[in-house]
Design a protein around this ligand. Structure first.
Ligand SMILES: [Zn+2]
Length: 102
């Protein structure tokens, strides 16, 4: 077994798990129910984690998730423009005000 990634979002983790399973890679989630006890422990320790059952699937799993992050057009986190300091909606790749790339 090998940990592929840890993300502060159960929705995203579940999405990735489904993605891997649809590609025939057995995957499971750890810390699914721990997110609510954040406080005492370091964040990374309590984030939901995505694991693959077979170490041999690890490279392919990472690759699939990397591709997903590029392709996925679903709403993402709002971001702040480094150039002019304007807050932007997550779906915009460039600042609406000054046009700087995110
Ligand atoms: Zn800007």
């Amino acid at each position: 077994m090998k940990k592929v990634t840890a993300i502060d979002s159960l929705i995203t983790i579940n999405h990735y798990k489904n993605l891997l399973e649809s590609e025939g890679i057995p995957a499971f989630i750890r810390n699914e129910h721990l997110a609510s006890i954040v406080g005492e422990m370091p964040f990374q320790e309590v984030w939901p984690q995505l694991w693959v059952r077979n170490d041999l699937d690890y490279d392919r799993a990472v690759q699939l998730i990397d591709q997903q992050e590029v392709v996925d057009e679903s709403p993402s986190e709002p971001w702040c423009c480094e150039n002019c300091g304007t807050d932007n909606e997550g779906q915009f790749a460039a600042c609406w005000k000054c046009g700087a790339q995110h």
